[in-house]
Design a protein around this ligand. Structure first.
Ligand code: PMP
Length: 420
C-alpha cells in the first residue's frame, strides 16, 4: 500500500490531471491473462469491463504473431507489403458486401475523424448529426460530436445533437419513426443556421448514451439523412468484432452504412483502427486529398489484427458472446426480479447493462457504490449513461460460463450492500 501511494504521487507529478484513474482506491495491475488482471500481490480480478483485450489479456497467439512480425519487417503502407492486403480482404469479407475498401489508422478517434473528413469532402458540406450523449473520440472533430465529455466540451455550429433512440424499446416501430423525425428536425435546424448535412453518425450500441440494446430502430434515420444528401456513418468501435453475437452492431438494424468506423478490440491492444466504405466514397476522397498515415496499417499492427480474427474464429468467440451473453442476461434478469431498484436489463451478447433507478429517478450514487463494492470483490465493471446510473458489463469475449457465477455473486452482494 505504501508503494502504491508513492507510485500515485509520482504519477500525479508527471502525468497529472488528464490521466484520471478509475477507482477512488486505485488498483495497481502488474499483469493480465485471459479474462483476469492481477495485482502486485497476485490477486486475480475478473475483468467484466474491458472491450479491448477481446481475445483475452496477453493472448499468446497475438503475442507470437506480433513478435514474429517485429523480427521480420515493420514499415509504412507506401511500400508494397502482403499482410495489409490479405487482412483487408479478410476483414471486408466479414461485412457481407456492405463495404468494399478500408483505410487503416491507429485509434478509434482517428478513424472517426477521418470518416467525418471523408463525409464532408464527398458531400462538400459541413453539418454532422450525432446523439446527445455520444462519445466518438478525442481529436477536435471527434470531441465536437462527443457531448458525453461534459458541459465544457464545445459544440460548434455545424453540429446538431439529437436524443438517442431507446434500443430497448418495447414498440420499435414508434421508436424508429420518432428517432427519424428527430433527425429530420436536426437537419432543419442545421439549415436554419446555413449548414447543409454531411452525415449522421451513430454508435450502433449507444454505449455512452447508456442505451445499449438490440431493438432495430436506426434504419429510418439512415434513410432520412440519405434523402437529404448526407451519409450514414456507423461507429462500430464498441459493438464490432462479434461482441453482440453479430459481427457488427448495425446488422440488427438491417441497414448498410455508407462508412463504418472500427477500432478498440481490433488489435487486442495493439493500436489499430479503420474506416471502411464503398469504393466510390474512397475514390472521391483519395482522388482529391493527399492522405498518408505513418503507422496506419503497419505490418506489426496488421499481424495483431489478423491473429485476433484467427482467435475469434478458432475459438468460436462470437458464438460464445451470444450463448454466454444469453446466460448472463438471464442471471441479470433474475437479480432484477429481486430488486425494485433495477429498472431495466438491456444489451446483446457480452455487452449488457443494468439501469438503476429509485422511484423512477436515475440512481447514480447506487451505481457508483455497486462499482466500488465489486472492485473490492475483485470484479471490474463500470457505470455510464447520461445520468451515470447504468451498470455496464462488457468483458473480453473469452468470458466463459465458468466465470459467470463469480460475476453474478459479486453483483448480487454489491447490490445488497448498496441499497437504494
Ligand atoms: N467511438 C466510440 C463509440 C468509442 O467508444 C470510442 C472510445 N471509447 C471511440 C470512438 C474512440 O476510440 P479511441 O479511444 O480508440 O480513440
Amino acid at each position: 500500500a505504501a508503494q502504491d501511494a508513492a507510485l500515485l504521487d509520482r504519477r500525479e507529478r508527471v502525468l497529472g490531471a488528464p490521466y484520471r484513474l478509475f477507482y477512488q482506491r486505485p488498483v495497481h495491475f502488474v499483469r493480465g491473462e485471459g479474462v483476469f488482471l492481477y495485482d502486485a500481490d497476485g490477486n486475480d480480478y475478473l475483468d467484466a469491463y474491458n472491450n479491448v483485450p477481446v481475445v483475452g489479456h496477453s493472448n499468446p497467439v497475438v503475442r507470437a504473431r506480433v513478435s514474429e512480425q517485429l523480427g521480420i519487417l515493420n514499415t509504412h503502407t507506401r511500400y508494397l507489403t502482403d499482410g495489409v492486403v490479405s487482412y483487408a480482404e479478410r476483414l471486408i469479407d466479414r461485412f457481407g458486401g456492405a463495404v468494399e475498401q478500408a483505410v487503416f489508422v491507429c485509434s478509434g478517434s482517428e478513424a472517426v475523424d477521418l470518416a467525418l473528413r471523408m463525409a464532408r469532402h464527398v458531400t462538400r458540406r459541413r453539418g454532422i448529426i450525432a446523439t446527445s450523449h455520444a462519445y466518438h473520440g478525442t481529436t477536435d472533430a471527434a470531441a465536437a460530436i462527443s457531448p458525453s465529455l461534459g458541459p465544457n466540451n464545445e459544440v460548434p455550429a455545424d453540429i446538431a445533437l439529437v436524443a438517442a433512440p431507446d434500443l430497448g424499446a418495447s414498440d420499435p416501430q414508434t421508436e424508429e419513426r420518432e428517432f427519424a423525425a428527430r433527425v429530420d428536425h436536426a437537419i432543419a435546424d442545421l439549415r436554419a443556421r446555413g449548414v447543409e448535412p454531411a452525415a449522421l453518425i451513430i454508435d450502433s450500441i449507444m454505449s455512452s448514451d447508456g442505451l445499449h440494446g438490440t431493438v432495430p430502430v436506426l434504419g429510418a434515420a439512415a434513410q432520412v439523412i440519405r434523402r437529404h444528401g448526407g451519409l450514414y456513418i456507423a461507429d462500430e468501435v464498441q459493438p464490432g468484432f462479434g461482441r453482440t453475437g453479430d459481427w457488427w452492431g448495425f446488422e440488427r438494424h438491417e441497414l448498410a452504412p455508407d462508412l463504418v468506423v472500427i477500432g478498440k478490440p481490433m488489435g487486442n491492444g495493439v493500436p489499430i483502427a479503420a474506416v471502411l466504405g464503398r469504393a466510390s466514397v474512397f475514390d472521391s476522397f483519395g482522388g482529391d486529398v493527399r492522405y498518408f498515415n505513418t503507422f496506419g496499417g503497419n505490418p506489426v499492427s496488421i499481424a495483431a489484427a489478423d491473429a485476433v480474427l484467427d482467435e475469434i474464429d478458432d475459438r468460436g468467440l462470437r458464438d460464445n458472446a451470444a450463448t454466454v451473453g444469453a446466460d448472463l442476461r438471464a442471471a441479470l434478469s433474475s437479480l432484477a426480479a429481486e430488486d425494485d431498484g433495477i429498472s431495466s436489463v438491456r444489451g446483446a451478447g457480452l455487452f449488457l447493462a443494468l439501469e438503476l433507478q429509485d422511484d423512477g429517478v436515475p440512481n447514480a450514487s447506487r451505481a457508483t457504490a455497486v462499482v466500488n463494492h465489486m472492485r473490492d470483490a475483485r470484479v471490474l465493471i463500470s457505470a455510464s449513461g447520461p445520468a451515470e446510473n447504468v451498470l455496464k458489463i462488457r468483458p473480453p469475449l473469452v468470458f466463459g460460463s465458468e466465470h459467470l457465477p463469480r460475476l453474478a455473486d459479486a453483483l448480487r452482494a454489491a447490490l445488497a450492500a448498496s441499497p437504494g
